[in-house]
Design a protein around this ligand. Sequence first.
Ligand code: ADP
Ligand code: MG
Length: 557
Amino acid sequence: MCPQIEQTLKDVFGFASFRPQQREIIEDLLAGRDAFVLMPTGGGKSLCYQLPALHRPGVAIVVSPLISLMKDQVDALKAQGIKAACYNSALEAQEARQVLARLHGGELDLLYVAPERLMSEDFLGRLRELQIALFAIDEAHCVSQWGHDFRPEYIQLGRLRQKFPGIPLIALTATAEPHTRKDIIARLNLEKARCYLTSFDRPNIRYTVLEKKRPFNQLLDFLDGRREEAGIIYCLSRKRVEQLTAKLQEAGFAAASYHAGLSGEERSRVQEAFLRDDLPLIVATVAFGMGIDKSNIRYVVHHDVPKNIEGYYQETGRAGRDGLNSEALLLFGMGDVALARGLIDNSQNEERRRIENHKLAAMVGFAQATGCRRRVLLGYFGETLAADCGNCDTCLDPPEMVEVTEDARKALSCIYRVNQRFGLGHVVDVLRGSKNQRLLELGHHRLSTYGIGADRDKDYWQALLRHLIHLGYVEQDVGNFSVLKLHQSSRPLLRGEATLQMGRPRTKPAPTAEAGPTVAAGGKSGRAGKGPAGLAAADREIFEQLRRLRKEIADQD
Ligand code: ADP
Ligand code: MG
């Protein structure tokens, strides 16, 4: 339609052709229409507003959540000879004045602005006097409580659509989970915008989940033969990042840490070295990666379970942008899930807690999936795969399924018998006929379900109960010491009208199994102390870990 855009694509941006959807989106904006763009990380969202910014009169206003992201983008644009600048709190007063002068002088094609700056009355007043090419809201999921990276400053952006009628507005995100999608559109008042959804499938990434057991050995096994390849290992906390980097360096790996606790110089140094292929391995918190553009990352490992699928998919999506085969490995530990859950429960806002628990449950569901992983992932984003991918761990080596109907009934009855007032550890103790003091004091050794599961070990019952929780048969009342309750959907199972199977957990390629810290310490000496009623030793251990982790996180901030 517009022949010049091809020219600009080649001459200014140096690309031979458009990626899927880019042309349509650009033409929409040029025609003055709004657009809502869902494109996976690395799909090429920036071009969708950068190119039309050059073809429409006036300045394009781009909203971006992170100062570092803005700076990277503006530097890249300047290098291409495009007149771009940022306006945010990182500027000195003098610089800020210069930027505003250039803005009013009509000297800018693109201005990157932090949301709270943009929505200030002062700035909006300025914009009314100017010609504006378009508004672009990048990382638009930040406007949604459902998104994994909610930023209250984004809420105000909802007013933009009415305030500047007639100026095209484009919102872009890589988070396509359907709830979030609807919420973004509603909050930004983009009901009339055309939606562009590109597939989120990344067929060249192989997804593998291992039950976390002796994670350092699992890592060494995985890294064997990958020393030269570029990779990222994500950990939950800065402390874990530091510890793991130290261990890897000791084992002879060229690895460096990256997290928000390091100085700006150190972070730039590490990032630069990684981008230049001077440093193959980065151990990082989720602070690393947003906006980095490196095509030959061969693997992404999650050493700890991520809090939600959005984050996980975005992080794994950094692997294999060059289209070559790449690996995504998740070490999945139930202890980590308990930690994450505890952190969520610790957060103030009830609505937030509900949402985050829901997201964490979905993440766990993915990790415990026994079918094609890619199907589960894409299904979460509302996409359906025509066939199993044939490339993920479960496709290549389907997990052995065990029939657990009878045991599930035992577990459900046991929850019922303890009046739905006890946590997982206690229910397991009753099932296994533990002689733990607290249990005896409560008289639970007289229950009909006492000891009916003595033939199975603790790990088995824990896994089964978690399976029931994640399938929604059992609710874990997170607001109330994680007490287990029966959901009405469990009735058919209890009545023998439904059956249940469970995949056997895998720790391969880990060597001999060894109980992780969270399932150590039997229930024998269990005394409830100040904790919730009947908290078994295993659960108390988790609570202890939580307390430590909370402290660790509090210390960081
Ligand atoms: P996103 O914001 O969707 O994660 P970016 O806009 O950062 O993605 O683009 C990712 C990479 O793809 C960048 O290196 C960018 O230069 C490149 N890219 C974008 N569009 C094209 C295109 N049409 N042809 C080739 N490379 C492109
Ligand atoms: Mg982007």
